[in-house]
Design a protein around this ligand. Structure first.
Ligand SMILES: Cc1cc2nc3c(=O)[nH]c(=O)nc-3n(C[C@H](O)[C@H](O)[C@H](O)COP(=O)(O)OP(=O)(O)OC[C@H]3O[C@@H](n4cnc5c(N)ncnc54)[C@H](O)[C@@H]3O)c2cc1C
Length: 402
């Protein structure tokens, strides 16, 4: 039986999901004096490897609060620059990251998760693998989580970090909005070696191609790439049933007329290094992030589409802010404060990414306008000063939440 803390503050937490938000939340809760156990549906090594993921300076700053930044920074490819090209090969602009901020890094989503899980376990956080959350009962004094193997776990609070298709979310708002499909699917992977392209010297090259969007970076030893293809009507079964050869053929056709290294790189993609397609989705506005003793963080509450390059970073930020609120306030007020701190920022970033998605799926006329206007927009609005609200965001862990 769970003993209620007289102050109404949480002392124990069940964390559902061991992706990004879960391990970071558990580390931050531990730092706040709250004992957390993470329950992850997949066993180690059985989840998706995932394609290249960029961790933004603000994400690394957040991870620094719990000492989880260094492993990721050492493992990933430093990526201080993004260079944007048109399908005709013209450079439309570049985004340089401010040198005083942590340098953005790129690594696979699977590797990032492994490193965060290892960091949490090294700090003494228990992670129970192969345990899928199915239901929760909020008794008013505690929450009891139920898992697919009929076991249960009880704690003062339950934190849902179970991603964009969250099961925990359905307990907070069963009729709430579902993830929104952006009209694009994402494919990609990491290849050992240069894969037909040159070392990009810390730059992630992005091409607004004539029919689809292509990105790649290489440090000569590893090459990460992704493609976003417009697919109007999403049929998940058809996505799953389509073979590797068919995808490479479709990508070849999509990139055939672009002045980009896509076709050269595709020659090096093998079934083993290929991450099958996933629909790009977001969750722009979830009306309720918590109910009773249950709260959501990361993609479960506020999924930014991959075009933001911010989903993992926002998940880490929210994990730390929620722990800070639970450290200083009784549970109900902590959940309100957390939402008040986070909602405006995450929804602004999700909206900005939605605009980028429209540019990626532009028709021929809109694409011509985009290519003409973008150099001006990038020079004017994508400077370190103009993007500081995203990248220079830092959490003041020592400041009390009231
Ligand atoms: C193609 C693609 C490219 C992306 N690129 C970027 C990028 O460049 N930069 C960036 O910052 N973000 C990127 N993202 C987004 C980023 O991956 C997510 O925002 C981030 O992983 C969210 O972290 P999370 O912990 O909330 O969810 P997840 O990382 O999805 O973790 C959820 C975890 O919960 C587990 N789980 C699910 N259901 C249950 C259950 N019922 N019980 C127990 N465990 C459960 C899952 O197995 C998983 O481990 C990309 C996403 C995609 C799809």
């Amino acid at each position: 039986m769970n003993a209620q803390h007289p102050s109404g503050r949480a002392r124990t937490a069940v964390v559902i999901g061991g992706g990004v938000a879960g391990p970071v939340a558990a580390l931050a809760l531990q730092k706040a004096g709250i004992a957390a156990t993470v329950y992850e549906a997949h066993r180690p090594g059985t989840g998706s490897k995932g394609g290249p993921l960029t961790l933004a300076p603000n994400g690394l700053s957040a991870l620094r609060v719990v000492g989880a930044d260094a492993d990721l920074a050492e493992t990933g490819i430093p990526t201080p620059r993004m260079v944007v090209h048109s399908g005709a090969g013209k450079v439309l602009g570049a985004i340089e990251h401010a040198p005083e901020l942590p340098t953005m890094v790129t690594l696979s989503r699977g590797r990032m998760t492994e490193l965060l899980q290892a960091r949490a376990e090294a700090a003494g956080v228990p992670i129970v693998y192969g345990r899928r959350f199915v239901d929760a009962t909020d008794t008013g004094r505690s929450v009891i989580a139920q898992f697919d193997d009929h076991t249960t776990a009880e704690a003062d609070v339950l934190i849902g970090c179970d991603g964009i298709r969250s099961t925990v979310r359905s307990h907070i708002d069963p009729a709430g909005p579902r993830p929104r499909y952006t009209g694009l699917i994402g494919l990609g992977g990491f290849i050992e070696g240069p894969a037909g392209v040159v070392d990009t010297g810390g730059a992630f090259h992005m091409v607004f191609g004539r029919r689809a969007f292509f990105g790649h970076l290489s440090d000569g030893e590893r090459t990460g790439w992704f493609a976003n293809l417009p697919v109007k009507r999403l049929d998940r079964d058809a996505l799953r049933a389509t073979a590797f050869e068919e995808w490479t053929a479709r990508m070849r056709a999509a990139f055939a007329d672009d002045a980009s290294p896509a076709l050269r790189l595709l020659d090096h993609v093998t079934p083993a290094s290929f991450i099958p397609p996933s629909p790009l989705e977001d969750l722009p506005h979830l009306p309720h992030w918590s109910k009773g003793r249950i709260a959501l963080i990361g993609d479960a509450a506020h999924a930014a589409s991959p075009s933001s390059g911010q989903g993992a970073s926002l998940a880490a930020e929210s994990a730390i802010e929620l722990a800070r609120c639970l450290r200083d306030l009784p549970v109900d007020r902590a959940f309100q404060a957390y939402e008040a701190i986070r909602r405006g920022r995450v929804e602004r970033i999700i909206a900005a990414a939605a605009r980028t998605n429209q540019s990626k799926a532009a028709g021929p006329i809109a694409a011509r306008i985009r290519d003409a206007v973008m150099p001006f927009v990038m020079e004017r609005f994508m400077t370190p000063e103009r993007t500081a609200w995203q990248h220079a965001h830092a959490i003041d862990w020592g400041r009390r939440v009231r």
